[in-house]
Ligand binder design. Structure first.
Ligand SMILES: Nc1ncnc2c1ncn2[C@@H]1O[C@H](COP(=O)(O)OP(=O)(O)OP(=O)(O)O)[C@@H](O)[C@H]1O
Ligand SMILES: [Mg+2]
Length: 382
């Protein structure tokens, strides 16, 4: 079987991949009349087995630049799922699919099943990725609070930010950079208080020494080193974007709403102040000079309308830092005292117990194992 979830994700050759695509497109074409679709079980337990599923009541759930997402139910399992349908260029292997095969963490979306469908012509091939359905993305959640003219509750922001950083720590451990963290790509379930990073359509496994395109990431969330055109960036770009999302929870709108790539830098400078030459070089060592009127940093406190938790502001200032290597890593962010409240015994939000927050695996802590002590409360491990 070619589509094996145990494959090292980026290993499949183009030939193998186009073979597997044509195999599945033929199968699904055969199945369309019966409305049953042969899917491949991509879960660990499923082990790549083929299953015949009947999808019922398809409903539009969202779209972005390349994909359309539908909500549907699987008759045989009773699961409510989301299907992301992406046009598949047969000439290339689908990087999103290869990365999705690697992911297995509670704060990151997981591919459950996959299948191929055809469009109007045989040549038009779509990859369909089946995932757990989530009722809302963070953009919609923020909008909900703004419409009600309410501030986002600090403890909920804390719980969501924690899960974002934990998801980031996990993908960083796999060497994956998401490159498009923004509220629309964060799924939440307010009922279970769970959060998952989704949309790996721009993600890439970064390899040291190899260059990557800098013109990536939705503008408001684009890290300054990307704006400076650095093609040797690291997963710290995701930490920047997450910082922007964190700030947006409290602001109700993007913190840096630039209307072009250069204006984006201006928006950042208005808050962080003009970067020093040393900071500019830390973002792009090739920058010879940077002429810009000196602007003083704005106080973090004044950025927000409401009275802010000083620990939230402290965390924000350490995450939204110009120098990528001085920016907190996701594990360091998790260890920040702002999140200590979550580590207290019997922590609840409005009488609700949060999801599992401390079941760190050794892989998750691999980069900085010294954080285990801080991140796993003693009451939890004893
Ligand atoms: N599992 C899911 N459950 C519910 N809704 C989802 C799910 N996955 C995605 N969505 C919704 O669909 C929207 C688009 O999905 P996604 O971000 O994966 O695609 P996209 O933005 O088109 O991707 P790309 O960046 O590859 O173009 C999301 O913003 C979200 O609102
Ligand atoms: Mg998206």
């Amino acid at each position: 079987m070619v589509l094996n979830p145990k494959d090292s994700a980026l290993k499949a050759t183009k030939k193998e991949y186009s073979e597997e695509l044509s195999k599945y497109s033929m199968e699904s074409a055969k199945q369309t009349e019966t409305k049953k679709i042969i899917v491949q079980d991509m879960t660990k337990r499923g082990n790549g087995e083929k299953r015949a599923f009947t999808f019922t009541s398809e409903k539009f759930a969202g779209n972005g630049a390349f994909g359309v997402v539908y909500q549907t139910r699987i008759l045989e399992t009773g699961e409510t799922v989301a299907i992301k349908k992406v046009f598949q260029d047969k000439r290339y292997k689908n990087r999103e699919f290869q990365i999705l095969k690697m992911l297995d963490h509670q704060n990151v979306i997981q591919m459950k099943y996959a299948f191929i469908t055809n469009g109007d012509t045989e040549d038009e091939v779509y990859l369909n990725v089946v995932m757990d359905y989530f009722p809302e993305n963070l953009y919609q959640t923020i909008e909900g609070y703004t419409k009600k003219r309410q501030f986002f509750p600090n403890t909920l922001a804390k719980l969501y930010a924690y899960q974002m950083f934990r998801g980031l720590a996990y993908i960083k451990g796999l060497g994956i950079c998401h490159r498009d963290i923004k509220p629309q790509n964060i799924l939440v379930n307010a009922g279970t208080l769970t959060l998952k990073i989704c949309d790996f359509g721009s993600a890439k496994q970064l390899i040291e020494g190899e260059t990557n395109i800098a013109y990536i990431c939705s503008r408001y969330y684009r890290a300054p080193e990307l704006i400076f055109g650095n093609t040797n960036y690291t997963t710290a770009v995701d930490v920047w974007s997450t910082g922007c999302v964190f700030a947006e929870l409290f602001l109700g709108q993007p913190i840096f709403p630039g209307d072009s790539n250069s204006d984006q830098l201006l928006e950042i400078i208005k808050v962080l102040g003009t970067p020093t030459m040393e900071q500019v070089r830390s973002m792009n060592p090739n920058m010879k000079d940077f002429v810009f009127p000196p602007i003083k940093p704005y106080s973090w406190k004044k950025v927000f309308k409401q009275e802010m938790d000083p620990l939230a502001l402290d965390l924000l200032s350490k995450v939204l830092a110009y120098c990528p290597h001085k920016r907190l890593t996701p594990l360091e962010a998790l260890a920040h005292p702002y999140f200590d409240e979550l580590r207290t015994r019997n922590f609840q939000i409005n009488g609700k117990t949060p999801p599992e927050l401390f079941d760190f695996t050794s892989e998750e802590l691999m980069d900085q194992p010294e954080f285990a002590k801080k991140l796993i409360p003693s009451w939890y491990s004893s």
